[in-house]
Ligand binder design. Structure first.
Ligand code: NCD
Ligand code: ZN
Length: 351
């Protein structure tokens, strides 16, 4: 008999962009209504590069939360060529930072201040390895000669494999993995190397970006790859292997910035992500593994307690696209794939 209702411990989002100011005020509810905690990306402009700036950003997020919300933002440090290992260590010990984020300079939105050469990070990575602070990696090379669809695989060969070899105890998350190569690499490493997987990379391949014309709302970085890669991601997510856990990479941009001659990368999925993940796990006939992927493995990797509280999902009518979010004069569009999603969030019990 097919399952029509599924209750899982309240999930966490191990990779989200909450932005700041007016956009933060609008999008925070979608995350806080579903997830108990989220790893908040630091790619603001200017980036969140110090413990003091992360502490202030956290305060702005908490101030933007609805009064009824039960949600904890977990802050990250944006690594640069000049990151001070002492500030990172003190920030981590003080509970301001949960992790640090490595953007190769120029790889994605607001990454121009990122790292130009991993050699600059030696002291930082030695420190992180010693204090067991997770390193979250945007795994794409920025070499313009490398084809956009190969940038993750080439990064693994050129940068990630040497990095995990050199810092063999470092806790590393290959964020938003999009390739079979990435999945295989993560499998080949010890338990200190893990990956997050987005709902959109489980649901669309690169054809979706071009079906019937160019479709900017399916454009994100790393870009969706060939079907064989999507299938590898689905197998990894549904494997029950604790190295693979939920990270939405929800990345809101205004419609005017997406639907443009040079549109921004990023998919906004905070409100639809859990329905999408449930749809994928249902299609793969492994709904019983959704709780591990969404609510357990990430917390275990980060050494945090698993959540109490319950999220109940229900299968029924096709999920309708939520209305665009109005922000100032602009709008933000929610992610939904072309194929129908028949799951939705039914209820949430915080504790
Ligand atoms: C992200 C953003 O807009 O901040 N965009 C995206 O396509 N995922 C940056 C990132 O995570 O690469
Ligand atoms: Zn991201």
């Amino acid at each position: 008999m097919s399952v029509l209702e599924l209750s899982i411990p309240r999930p966490d989002d191990w990779h989200v962009h909450l932005r700041d100011d007016a956009i933060l005020a609008k999008v925070i509810t979608d995350t806080a209504q579903t997830f108990a905690r989220a790893i908040v990306m630091p790619n603001l402009s200017p980036a969140v590069t110090t413990a003091a700036s992360a502490d202030r950003y956290r305060a702005r997020i908490c101030a933007a939360l609805p009064a009824s919300a039960d949600f904890t933002p977990l802050m990250t440090c944006y690594l640069t060529d000049a990151t001070d290992p002492k500030d990172l260590e003190v920030g981590f010990r003080d509970g301001i930072f949960t992790a640090a984020k490595l953007y190769p300079a120029g790889a994605t939105t607001n990454s121009h201040a990122g790292v130009t050469d991993l050699a600059f990070l030696d002291n930082v990575l030695q420190t992180m390895q010693r204090i067991r602070m997770p390193l979250l990696i945007h795994g794409e090379v920025v070499d313009p000669a490398v084809d956009i669809f190969d940038r993750e695989a080439v990064f693994i060969d050129r940068s990630l494999a040497p990095l995990v070899h050199r810092y063999s105890e470092l806790r590393v998350v290959l964020e938003h993995v999009t390739t079979l190569d990435g999945v295989e690499f993560v499998y080949s490493q010890g338990p200190n190397v893990a990956a997050t997987i987005t709902p959109h990379h489980l649901m669309i391949n690169r054809n979706a970006i071009f079906r019937g014309g160019i479709r900017p709302h399916f454009y994100c970085l790393p870009i969706a790859k060939r079907e064989e890669h999507r299938l590898a991601l689905r197998r990894a997510a549904c494997s029950g292997n604790a190295k693979f856990f939920l990270g939405t990479d929800s990345a809101p941009h205004l419609l005017s910035d997406k639907e443009s001659a040079c549109g921004c990368a990023g998919v906004y999925n905070s409100a639809t992500s859990m329905a999408c993940y449930a749809q994928v796990f249902d299609e793969e006939q492994c709904l019983e593994r959704l709780a591990g992927f969404a609510s357990e493995f990430g917390a275990d990797f980060y050494g945090l307690a698993r959540n109490s509280g319950t999220l109940t999902l229900r299968k029924g009518a096709t999920l309708a696209a939520p209305a665009d979010i109005n922000v100032g004069g602009g709008k933000i569009r929610h992610f939904l794939p072309d194929d129908p999603v028949s799951w939705h969030i039914d209820s949430l019990e915080s504790r």
